[in-house]
Design a protein around this ligand. Sequence first.
Ligand SMILES: [Fe+2]
Ligand SMILES: [Fe+2]
Length: 266
Amino acid sequence: MDVFALAEACLSATSVEDKLARSSAAAASIATGDFSTETPVEPQPIAQPGRPSRPRLVPPRKLPQRGLSSVEGRAALVHAVAHIEFNAIDLAWDAIYRFRGMPGEYYLDWAQVAADETRHFQMLSARLAEMGHAYGDFDAHNGLWEMAVKTSGSCLERMALVPRVLEARGLDVTPGMIARLRDVGDLRTIEILDVILAEEVAHVAAGSRWFAWCCAREGVDAQATFAHLVTEYARFVLKPPFNETARRAAGFSEEEMNRLMAQSAA
Ligand SMILES: [Fe+2]
Ligand SMILES: [Fe+2]
């Protein structure tokens, strides 16, 4: 079984149903450990993975900010998180597809992440249905995939900027979302976000592990390299408050946390 062919099949699926079915099946077969990473075929550039025609993608500033006091506002929030998870499925498969020649555990880790993201999307999409909506009903933006394109040439940069910046940002903002939902008594959505928050720590931790591995392979200092990449590409993403407990559990060192706080304040 060729992991890259499995990953490509997930990336190219255009309907939600296909993407989810292929993703769960591919992750389950990779998890058996019976896979091959020997391939003579070079990865082809993927400008945009397969996706359904809706949601419409718009610039982030065109997305309306809605309060959570109405069902519509809460559905928009659940939709926004579902969109992140849908992208996260593609990002996990792209981490596999794009970067050849990594150790077997690398592919196992990202297949596990893909399985988690698929389940996260399913939970949120079931919640959206309870609220009378479906994925595609609200506009969304393409920021996550744009970071995949920017980092497609380097596993080191991908690990730094996708799991350790974007997914880590999820660790920072989810507790605030949960608190706002608690104010309006939406316990069903909170239950789902609690599961997601707990499981995302492992995704960021996988990013930390493979980022360190890539830095060791290239003989560069991990802390300095991470700080440099953040300044270069992702300064705007760094906003306190940071979820220090979750970030530490996900492999951020004391020194990195101090640097992040200094960078975000600068
Ligand atoms: Fe997720
Ligand atoms: Fe994730």
